[in-house]
Design a protein around this ligand. Structure first.
Ligand code: PEP
Ligand code: MG
Length: 322
């Protein structure tokens, strides 16, 4: 199987209908970067920055972070790396930060909520990223934005970081893209100016699905209860695609489903053109995409919906077998 994928490594994920889907990889460690080359990923669509904070017993220093981010950018050799700011809380607790006892951590004080309420760490991290990018491109996204004001406040922190670096006389990034993760249903209904202001949106499907179905992603009793190919969820994804299309906002999807071939295919059929996944999934997803016709698939999905089916999976599987 590895060899079959090696032969398509440098080929585009172009479906039979001619639509090209851009495949990126998720990462979280320096050690993940060699996979960029071996998997044929176009870039790092999600770099989770939590690990450097979780693996030690004290807060990492800005200089250490900055050096690490610079090494990652260098190892990417010009490919785009989307750095996601710290996403702690919920299941990820820092041993050196006072943890709060919350009845529902997944719905609690986590990610950008912590970053905005106690901005010291977010500021340090943004500064480290800006400094690491010096003279080169920088792409940053904020996790768990639930409403426009949170985006505004987080974006303002980025401007402050740039201003501080400018005053210090350090070189600024040559180009900057700042985006938001769409992980709470509320954000899909945000005002138009949110979609206009962000430079890109990345759907965090793991969290989005957990909140859409109200099914805890950590709870074995319910986590597999609702199918990603459930018609309600796919319709919701389609709505997000439409809203982004209205404002020309680039949209990607970076949850685990992006790395599951059938799910990836359906997301592409709903209009998602950029997927980010574990490096090992790029081959299988590309293989299937190159054999698929997204327009036909879209019709199969629409027909299953019209028949009132709960999940489009049986119809899609049947179509793929033929
Ligand atoms: C997600 O929620 O889909 C996501 C990519 O972020 P994480 O899995 O780190 O919460
Ligand atoms: Mg998430």
């Amino acid at each position: 199987a590895q060899e079959r994928y090696a032969s398509i490594r440098d080929k585009p994920a172009e479906a039979r209908c001619g639509t090209v889907v851009s495949l990126h990889m998720n990462a979280g460690l320096m050690a993940d970067l060699p996979s960029l080359e071996s998997s044929g990923a176009e870039g790092v669509g999600l770099f989770r920055t939590e690990l450097q904070f979780l693996i030690r017993n004290q807060m990492p220093r800005r200089s250490e972070l900055s050096a690490l981010y610079a090494r990652i950018m260098k190892a990417a050799q010009g490919k785009r790396v989307v750095f996601r700011t710290l996403d702690i809380g919920s299941d990820k607790v820092l041993p050196y930060m006072n943890s709060v006892d919350e009845p529902n951590p997944a719905l609690g004080w986590r990610a950008i909520r912590v970053g905005l309420d106690k901005p010291g760490v977010l500021r340090m991290q943004l500064q480290a990223l800006v400094r690491a990018a010096a003279g080169g491109p920088l792409t940053v996204m904020f996790p768990f934005i639930a409403q426009y004001e949170e985006w505004r406040a987080a974006r303002a922190e980025m401007d402050k970081a740039l201003e501080r670096e400018r005053i210090l006389g350090h070189p600024l990034p040559a180009s900057l893209e700042v985006g938001a993760m769409l992980e709470t249903p509320s954000l899909a209904f945000a005002s138009r100016r949110f979609f206009e202001e962000v430079e890109f949106i990345s759907i965090g499907g793991n969290d989005l699905k957990q909140f859409f179905f109200a099914a805890d992603r950590e709870n074995e009793l319910v986590r597999r209860r609702y199918d990603t190919l459930n018609v309600s969820f796919l319709s919701f994804i389609e709505q997000i695609v439409d809203r982004c299309a209205e404002t020309g906002t680039p949209l990607s999807f970076c949850g685990e489903d992006a790395g599951r071939p059938i799910e990836a295919l359906c997301l592409a059929a709903m209009g998602i053109r950029t997927l980010s996944m574990r490096p090992a999934s790029i081959g299988p997803v590309k293989h299937l995409l190159r054999r698929a016709h997204l327009g036909e698939l879209r019709e199969v999905i629409a027909e299953a919906k019209a028949r009132g089916e709960q999940s489009v999976r049986p119809a899609v599987m049947d179509h793929l077998r033929r």
